[in-house]
Design a protein around this ligand. Structure first.
Ligand SMILES: [Zn+2]
Length: 216
């Protein structure tokens, strides 16, 4: 079977399967369990509008599980059909940030690309965060300044309560005849740890919109 599950979709399924497992372990009423199952089946199907028959069958099986063991085996099977993020070569990555002379890249070889919806890393010394995201089939790079909040808050990309920082980036495009000191900045509260963010993200809409604002 061809890989067809992207990281955010895998996160969504995992969340739903964990909910199902909790429900089966704690709820005795079979009607409630059945309604949770059908809800889960809908949520997973919604995340895969283009799935073919074989993929749909595999996805539907998720809502029929009960025990922790079954759930674990199911997630392990899904793991084999995940689509890895493609970060490009080191040179391609550097080209995304042409203004930065000595770009410190993360240790890509040590990362599992299947766990990523985007590549994110922080340069603490420079107070900067970098995001590389596949936008319209091309890699797009966003660099921004980070202002730590030193507390938990909702991340705009993954929507979880995590340790967030204010991430501010300057839009690349300028209106015609803009004055030399014109700039437009966009800020969002975002997970400081992009590995955590990538584990939690279940919908790419907010992140994609943000990246588009900066690079278009
Ligand atoms: Zn996040």
């Amino acid at each position: 079977m061809q890989p067809f599950i992207r990281n955010h979709q895998y996160n969504l399924i995992k969340k739903q399967i964990e909910l199902l497992q909790r429900t089966c372990a704690t709820v005795a009423d079979p009607k409630i369990v059945a309604s949770v199952r059908s809800n889960i089946q809908c949520k997973i199907a919604e995340a895969f509008p283009d799935a073919d028959a074989a993929a749909r069958e595999m996805l539907n099986r998720g809502s029929e599980l009960s025990t922790a063991n079954e759930c674990q085996q199911y997630l392990a099977a899904l793991d084999t059909v995940r689509i890895p993020f493609e970060p490009g070569t080191e040179q391609q990555l550097k080209k995304l940030f042409p203004k930065i002379k000595k770009l410190k890249l993360p240790e890509i070889a040590a990362m599992n690309m299947r766990d990523l919806s985007y590549l994110g890393w922080t340069d603490i010394a420079a107070n900067k965060q970098f995001i590389v995201y596949g936008l319209d089939d091309r890699l797009a790079g966003v660099e921004g300044r980070i202002t730590p909040t030193n507390k938990k808050g909702a991340c705009f990309a993954c929507n979880r309560q995590t340790e967030v920082a204010l991430f501010t980036a300057i839009a690349k495009s300028r209106p015609a005849h803009a004055s030399p000191d014109y700039y437009k900045a966009f800020g969002q509260y975002m997970c400081i740890d992009s590995a955590v963010c990538n584990q939690n993200i279940t919908d790419l809409t907010a992140l994609e919109q943000f990246v588009r604002q900066i690079v278009k």
